[in-house]
Write a protein that binds this ligand. Sequence first.
Ligand code: UT7
Length: 321
Amino acid sequence: MIYARISGTGSFLPGDPVSNEDLVKRGIDTSDEWVTSRTGIRARHLASADVGSSDLALIAAERAIEAASCEPEDIDLIIVATSTPDFIFPSTAALLQSKLGIRNGSAAFDVQAVCSGFVYALTIAEKFIRSGSNKRALVVGAEVFSRILDWSDRGTCVLFGDGAGAVVLEASEMPGIRTTALHADGSHHPILCVPGGVAAGQVIGDPFLRMDGQAVFKFAVKVLGDVANEVLEAAGATVESLDWLIPHQANIRIIQSTARRLGVPMEKVITTVERHGNTSAASIPLALDLAVRDGRIRPGHRVIIEGVGGGFTWGAALIDF
Ligand code: UT7
């Protein structure tokens, strides 16, 4: 039996942290008290204008490849989850392959599932590896959400940030990713969207992120609870067998409500939202990398990662390290 195991993690946040107070100084009509109490976010990182998702992805990927003790040429599949690609095309994954100097002709493509993107990308990579067609995949979540924020909309601009996280996923005889579940319900698309595009050299529609925060909140708590139970049940595992829960890092109140619903104590929940806000597809691998590097996640540990985002999309994976 071939399994897929995570053999290395990496992440990257651009520039210095920008605090809530810094946003107030930049003229945003908000306060540290409002943002912290409603979301748990204390800071975010914002990429400079000449930096794209592929640049953030490159540094996170190099760190993951080093941690996996392999070479870029050993990677035979690249999947990048992003909703803020450098270009309409080529894909950010193709750009990343070029920046990594990989010339082995392996497949590279992007996945667009917004904040569930990393769970989608990891699930796809796991299928390729378990089928025997690929041996070592690089799976990345990379975003420059600051590019799609309306800085005059205080209800959204304080919530998001830029960053990237990556893992190397390898074929192994030992179980790694145990079970996965992916879902979507496109009928909810209006509650979180960037309803614009480009045609004839013009922006058509609205190129900024729009959100009904309360509707998203309710939806997120429900599906994050359900999908975590789904992957546990599929694995025949109990919630008590979990060492760590890594939910999408959007809002500490969503994370706390989800943990409460699942019966997972907060001591077992990895949270990084306070330091980088909502980085969409990058948020889960950012939190995962931090917890691997600071020694909380250790070999033998059992982890659930789970995401929810625009579309609506949601998903989870039960992973043994
Ligand atoms: O990947 C999923 C991404 N999305 C999310 O995670 C968002 C989920 N939703 C939420 O976390 C919450 O709905 C928010 C944090 C976005 C908003 O919290 P809320 O308790 O739902 O606030 P609200 O939108 O109902 O607004 C309450 C008040 C309003 O003022 P009034 O009308 O009561 O006077 C807003 O104008 O808060 C005001 N407000 C702000 N005040 C200071 C909205 N944004 C801000 C702000 N600073 N940044």
